[in-house]
Structures are given as structure tokens and as C-alpha cells.
Design a protein around this ligand. Sequence first.
Ligand SMILES: [Zn+2]
Length: 548
Amino acid sequence: MSDIVILNGRVITFDGPDAEAIAIKDGKVTAVGSTAEIREMAGSAQVIDAQGGTVMPGFIDSHVHLFGGAAELDFLNLTGVIGVEALTAVARPYSAARPDDKLLFACSIDYALIGDRSITRHDLDAAIPDRPFAASTADHHTVYANTKALELAGLLHGADCGTGSEVVMGKDGLATGELLEAAAFMPVLEMTHLGGREMLGMTTGADPIPAPDAKTRAIDKGVIANGYKHCAMHGITSLHNMDGNFYQLELLAEMEAEGTLLCRTEIPMHLKHTDPVERVDEAAEMRAKYSGDMVWSNRVKMFMDGVIDSKTAYMLENYPNTDSRSEPLFSAEHFNEAAIRADAMGLQIAVHAIGDAAVRQTLDGYEAAQKANGVRDSRHRIEHIETIHPSDIPRFKPLGVVASMQPLHSPRGGFFPAYESGDIIHPHQIETAFAWKTLRDAGAALIFSTDWPVVPVDVMPTIQGAVAGVELPSVWLDQRLPLREVLAAYTRDNAWVEFNEHRKGRLRVGMMADVVVMDADLDAMPIDQLGSAMPAVTICGGRITFEA
Ligand SMILES: [Zn+2]
């Protein structure tokens, strides 16, 4: 007897041939076969008619910021807003609707809001002169604040925030409003209605002080619950969070008990470049305490550099027309030591590395760990890899390093505009920018994700970006991949990278019943319309978490 049967589908199993139907019982897949076969064993099971739509393992987004992404569903979203006039037009009604917010906060402000020059506090003042107002860029590496917000945060006259972060100062001796990296903008974020708690895991990896009371925890869980609903609506059944602290783990464990945890979620320990390597031991503590199927921890996350747009990505050569190639957040010695220690403890490591020098230094650290501890099945990851030196591409395979990439971060995905060649990166760097196909062809394991809320967590636009992409100047090499390979990178391979390939990511008897039923046959869709396909039903562990 089954709990649920799904019939009349085009079932992609990622485990041999396609099928038409599956049966689910007690959270597991119990049969895969033809509609006739599965119908016969349906009994009193709930029947889902897939109506010819694709049925496949639930999507696993392998790089998200759940708390921050969930929080942003509620902030003013500035995607596509260009110019002060347009900013004013959306910010004023938002301000009117949020009279009680100490700080009006917006997300996804375009670096090019004002065109060529940097955004200043005066631009934001023009939109909202009378209340504190700030906006973060989609990549979360820069925040722009108006004069009132800078005053309130105590940043108007500048602040020393250490390596890699900067309160940019103007010729008038006052802050321009541009705040680079977390240490510079956290004082602003602490003024949102969430008190910056949603960013702590990303910015410091520390827990909120003082420990939030029951009311605050309920607010935060409400925000995260909203985020889960949003993810389930997009067919997602598992998330790999890229920021973490004990606080988030506690909230998720409570949510699991309360029944509001709709996606399995892995939370890492975030090691900062300002931390001593001994702090890695916290990751082992997290792993020991949280090791369930729904909430678990087994990984250390680090940042090696910033981002290209703000020229904080660590490059092998100077940015065009500058004498700076930025610098790494971790020194090579510090990073190697941390990598060796985490690797020796059997932990997985994931490192944000965007500049070609940051990618190289990360590979060097993984190599040092392998030399020190011996070869093991570590599946260490490098996140983003927006630029890479050609000589580093063949290093992934022998080191067993995973390329974790986000198709919509590439201009090929059509979400962000292409860099002008020679403007912010050199023409020869463009040839190996966002080179996921090149990396895969060189034998690297490749996984896909969104980095929500950098881009929306919506799965299908990312799939379309990797499969169809948009036309770019010919200096950009074609990195597009076939649909089935991209779907595999979002399911089977994301299950593999979390060491769960024997339990999820494929539809076969005994696997977790994490399943998405799409409203269309993806194989039959024009590839430039894949982004419009939506889930009809999402199932996580045999529980229906979304139904259209
Ligand atoms: Zn991220």
C-alpha cells in the first residue's frame, strides 16, 4: 500500500531509463515504473496526475542564504530600477507603507543606478531625505546609505573597519554613502526590523548577542517559514546554506519540530579571516549536535575575496586602469592552516573565490590539505569561480575539487549585463569567466545554484540561463549545456556534493521521496522558455510541501 502515487509523468530518474510513474510510502520511493504498473499498486493512495509533466528528484539549491533571502522577500526590491527618479518613485510609497521602520531598507540596488559614477548618499537623499534609508546590492558586498542612515549608524564621519571593508570617504571629509563589505555596513543593517540577525551568519558567523528572546525567535522563524514556502513553491526540497551560526541551527531544529521546515537544510560553520583557526572546532560541535535528515551541519564556509563589481575580488593582475588587484581576505598561510585543520577533522570546506588569484589561493590551500592529511573523498568546494587562470582549470580534477557555480551570475544567464571588455576585467580574463562547461570538460565536478538572494531562488530561470543563455559578444565563450545535464547538476550532483548520493538526487526504490512534479514536459519546451515552467507539486520526504 502506498501513501502517494504519481502517474502519467515523464519521470526523469537519473538512474537508468525514464519512467512514467512512481509510488511513495513512509517518506521513501517504493516503486518506479509505468503508469499501469504503479496504478495497480495504488490502493487507497493519494493519486497525483502529472498530466505529462516532468517528474524528477526535488531540486537542491546548493548555495543559498536562507535567512537573508527570506528576509528580502519583505524588503523593497530595486531590481531593474535605474536613475534617481525611478528610485524615488518606488521608495516613497514604500516609505509611506512602513512608517514604523527605524531604517527603510531596500535590496538589489543596481551598481549602475546612476550610470558610470558611484552611487552616493546624496542620490539616496534625493529619493528619501527625511528618514534613514539604505540599499544593498544584489551580491550583498556593498550597501549604500543616505545621510540620515549614516548619521544614525555613526558612520558619517568614517570608521575603521579593518582589512577588506571600507566606509568610503569623500573629499568633504564625510562618508560618501558607499559601504564596502560587511564590517563597514553591519552598523546600518542592525537598524532593520530584523536587527541584522539575518546577516550574522554571513557577516560574522557569530550568534546574536544578547540571545534573542522568545518573541524575537518567533519573528525570525516566521520570516524563515515564509522563505521555505517560497522555496517549496519553486520545487526545492533541499538547501545548502552558505552562512551559519548556532542560532540558525536552533531555529531550524525548532521549526522541524513545529512542522514548518519545508526543505532539508544544511548549515555550515562560517570561519572569518579575522578568526583564529581553532574556531573550526565549532564546526565539529555543530556536526555532532545537528546530524538529522532535515537539519544538519558538516561544513566550513570561508570567503577568500569580495566581488568584481566593487573591485574587491582578488585578481592575478591589476584591474584595468588601476594599480590595484585587491587582496585576499585570508593570507595564504592562514587559509592553508584552516583548510588543513578542517580537512583533518573530516569536514567539507566551501570557499567563496571570485577573482582568479582567489581561486588559485583556494586551490593551493586544498592542495596543502591533501599533502598534509592524505587524499580522501573530501568534495571541497569553490564557490563562484567568476574568473580563473587557464592553468588552474586542470587542477580541479586531480584535487577532487568541486566547481560550485551560479548560471545567473554569468551575463550569459541574462540576469546581469555583461562587463564591457577592458572596463572592469581584461579581455583575456573574459575568455575564462564563468567557465563552467570548460571546467566540466576538464573533469571538474560541477554543481549549480542561485546564491539566493543574489538572484531569485526560482529554479527554472537559472536552468534556462545555463541551457539557453543569451547572446553575448564573441569574446565570451559559449558555456551552455544540455538540459538533462543542467537538471542533473541541480539534483543528482547536488545530492552527491552533500554526500547523500545514496539517499537522494535520483528516483529509485529506497531513495528519499523528494520529488517535484512540473507543470510541463521540460524536454519538449523551447529552451528559451524553460524559465516559465513551474512546479505543480513539490514533495519532501513524502510530505506535500507545495501544490499549485
Ligand atoms: Zn553566497
